[in-house]
Design a protein around this ligand. Sequence first.
Ligand code: ADP
Ligand code: MG
Length: 327
Amino acid sequence: MKHRPLIVVALGGNAILKKGQKGTVEEQWGNVRRAASLLADLVGMGYRLVVTHGNGPQVGNLLVMMEAVKDRIPPLTMDIAGAMTQGWIGYMIQQALINELRMRNIWLPVVTIVTQVLVDRDDPSFSNPTKYVGPYYTEEEARRLEAEKGWVMRRDPRGGWRRVVPSPEPLGIVERNAIRHLVGEGYIVIASGGGGIPVVMEDGRFRGVEAVIDKDLAAQLLANSLGADTLLILTDVPGVAINYGRPGERWLRRVSLDEVEQYYREGHFPPGSMGPKILASIRFLRGGGRRAIICALEDTVECVKGRRGTEITVSTGNRGNHVKKLG
Ligand code: ADP
Ligand code: MG
């Protein structure tokens, strides 16, 4: 059991809520069951798994709900909303995965850990918040919220005014030892959902803060903390491209750390989407990981077998093995 390679899987937003869907409970279950079936395939192949996931749309919906009933029920804070989404999404993946495993006659336990992630109170993002969250407001409402709550409000390019929160660097997984222990005992663990609940240390005590940690960077920290073999980032494109969406677009198949670092410096990967996935992959390999894979959710099994998606390793004899289409 213990020597089976450990994969830390980061599920992107589309594993739970697909673009264009309303987000009904039925749709969410449909998506989660599909993802769970692919994860169960990996377990069937002999891998140990730790699963993490995004929570952007879910935390956004909770903030909209809180705003809508704020006159009757006092709004909660973002750290608590983060914990709620970890329970919500964790529960769905946990149940779906247990069911998929049982159908394959695999009797492994699956648990979700409410996970706090330590950030630095002096992280520069606290004085320069950039991450849009929650409902859209009019300018007048936005000014009032700034005065009343001390929120930072900005005009969202997509229309209307929204709150912006910091996106600090993850420094440590507070529940790391519990997760490691469970993995060592053969559990499949779902942890650090939504990038984890950001907490700072003040006078020897943890305190939740209103911020959003990038889920891919938190996944990398989790993966290195556990000594994982593979960081698998599942998203809604078949892999990583240079000149993405432009003339000269080339999809990367197998690529070395050096080469990817160069593309990263050249600006091929925008912040907020592919950028953090690449940065997470670079950090994972520098921190001792063996391979980072970025690929489409539906290609999970083929990607882990090395037949699809983009695979980044410290060195590869296959430099320049890039194609017009992945697959
Ligand atoms: P997730 O929810 O899975 O984290 P994101 O939307 O944050 O997904 O990131 C995936 C998106 O990154 C893709 O849908 C794609 O449009 C975008 N993207 C930006 N640059 C690239 C690139 N160089 N190669 C591939 N995809 C890219
Ligand atoms: Mg993302």
